[in-house]
Write a new protein. Sequence first.
Length: 265
Amino acid sequence: MKHRMKAFPGIFAAWFVLGAAFVADKAAGGETRSQYEQPKLRAATIYEANSDKKHILYKFTRTVTQSGPVAKVLREFSYPDDKVAARERIVYDGDNLVAYELEELQINARGGVKVWRDRKTPGKGHLTFDYVTDTNSSSKTNSNTESLRLDTLVGDMTSVFVVSHWDDLMKGKAVKCRLIAAARTETFGFTFEKHAESTWQGKPAVVIKLSPSSFIINALVNPLYFTMEKDGEHRVLQCDGRTTPKIKAGNKWKDLDAVTVFDWD
């Protein structure tokens, strides 16, 4: 499949569809709670970059419903007037990603991925992608299949992934992952690394940098910077960089780099 490198849609977007033939890995020993269940409700405000957090572009909410080991996550990005601009749905079975969906309401598009795991060979499997560039025409669909590789993530999983590698990051080690890009129907390599020590509301914080591993993609996508608690649960306090909804520029929609501040009160 040929891709236009001049455009790189939101890297964390994907599509959730469950079929009767699809079976996810089940947690051994019966019912297990997903580590992605918490927090069941999370909110954030997305500000225009370089506006000193004065120009609100979007509001974000994350809600979770849990049934046994299955956690279903709904992430919505809304305008200040509460009209939804973009919506994501994620399904986890235990700690395994099952499927991820994005509705890009601003550009009338949607797409996503399902994760198929090999029961006989742990860690093996594949991803199936579908992305519809115009929901009014089913013919405008791109599809792809890719082998499942270690540490394949969507944006909802990044904070848990960082915390699980916290000690290595604090020692200055780089940690690699694959991020799903539904609009491009493939995954890309990214690298987490400690960027700086900081403070947040008078308390110690750490800035974690997430950047593309590929030199070519690095020229197209700016790094993301996660400001996280240095102590305690290492919660994400702020994210500077690419977010899911887009921004209008004249008559066109373009990818948005913004400042997302999470509400933990």
